[in-house]
Design a protein around this ligand. Structure first.
Ligand code: ZN
Ligand code: ZN
Length: 366
């Protein structure tokens, strides 16, 4: 690995060394208040990266008021992860070129490279067409233009507030060094660990994986396979039991009127998308296989997917009709909808069995 970004390398290596060098002195002035400061600012910077940089600016999964955007832009500067514009530029490239040579943090170049190494070597100018929407946002452009100063100011603010309650060294280590260390590695885990460890339910062809343990460390970003499959959804964890506090935060802010137009896919639409993706991937994979088994799989894939789409379209039609139906008609519709959902559930299960069988038979990555 040839280092090209010496400034970034010096900063990252430098603060790691400084943190370890100052640890003995930190223990000498230790107070639990320093840990509290570290955890609070880690959470603020973490949420502003996941709900702000990632789900708002990079993927536009919801719309936010200018006040919310300012809060997100200022608090995310605590995390020292480049401006929202730069971050979103890299991240959009990651999504459109995942696992290829153009992927900024391609996991195929190794765990260390995807985790942090890419920061030392990856250097591409901002693609104005890719982030033109963000370039039209004056708040994003302000943060981008004055990123160094904004970062310095918010970090000094945390350090200063800490000094009111503890020894300056404790405030510096707990409120700045240790917190930056924690938020860096937590975010970096999404590019490294979340592309290695976990299950691949939604985008079987990708390295991105769903992992509840990573979600705990990354404010809900651990359901990375789902995220790569449906990146325009404001949620990463779609089940009620999935730990996705960034989703809960965005949802709560929508109830407070700070954000609106949350984008999400319904289960039926999600499954429809997945059926399409699976179908395309498997048919493409076995396009040169003409043995009996492949023909049987091909027929079943076509038959089941058509049935699935037919039923889900009927369901969508009945759900629409439900909104304007009379009380009497509603009873019948409710019954039909219940039945259709049950049938779709069974079809979804059969689809899972069939695609798993095809994947095993033809060694399709899943
Ligand atoms: Zn993303
Ligand atoms: Zn990813």
């Amino acid at each position: 690995m040839r280092i090209k970004n010496w400034d970034i390398f010096a900063f990252i290596a430098g603060y790691h060394l400084l943190l370890f060098a100052l640890l003995p002195a930190f223990i000498g002035v230790f107070t639990w208040k320093a840990i509290v400061l570290c955890v609070i600012t880690w959470a603020i910077s973490g949420f502003s990266i996941t709900a702000g940089y990632h789900r708002l600016f990079s993927h536009k999964t919801y719309k936010a008021s200018p006040f919310y955007e300012w809060v997100a832009l200022l608090s995310s500067s605590l995390a020292i992860q480049a401006s929202a514009l730069q971050w979103s530029n890299d991240h959009r490239i990651h999504h459109s070129h995942v696992d290829t040579d153009k992927d900024p943090y391609c996991i195929k170049k190794g765990f260390f490279y995807a985790h942090v190494g890419w920061l030392f070597t990856y250097k591409v100018p901002i693609d104005e067409r890719l982030v033109s929407d963000l370039m039209n946002n004056p708040r994003v452009m302000f943060q981008h233009k004055y990123y160094g100063w904004v970062t310095l100011a918010v970090n000094l603010l945390v350090f200063g507030v800490g000094c009111l309650f503890m020894h300056p060294l404790a405030s510096f280590v707990g409120g700045v060094l240790l917190r930056v260390f924690a938020i860096h590695h937590c975010t970096w885990f999404i590019n490294s660990l979340a592309h290695v460890w976990g299950s691949r339910t939604y985008a079987k062809e990708q390295t991105a994986a769903d992992n509840a343990i990573i979600a705990l460390l990354t404010f809900g970003e651990g359901y990375h396979n789902f995220h790569h499959a449906i990146a325009h959804d404001y949620r990463n964890g779609i089940r009620w039991y999935h730990f996705d506090p960034s989703k809960w935060l965005i949802w709560t802010c929508s109830k407070l009127g700070l954000v609106k137009d949350l984008k999400w896919v319904s289960n039926i639409r999600l499954q429809q998308t997945l059926v399409n993706k699976d179908k395309e991937m498997i048919l493409d994979h076995i396009s040169r296989e003409f043995d009996e088994k492949a023909t049987e799989i091909r027929n079943k894939i076509n038959e089941l997917s058509e049935l699935y789409h037919e039923k889900s379209q009927t369901l969508a039609k009945k759900l629409r009709e439900m909104k304007v139906a009379t009380a009497e008609r509603r009873k019948q519709l409710e019954h039909d909808i219940k039945e259709l959902k049950q049938e779709l559930g069974e079809l979804w299960k059969s689809w899972g069995d069939l695609t798993k069988f095809a994947a095993v038979q033809y060694s399709i990555a899943h």
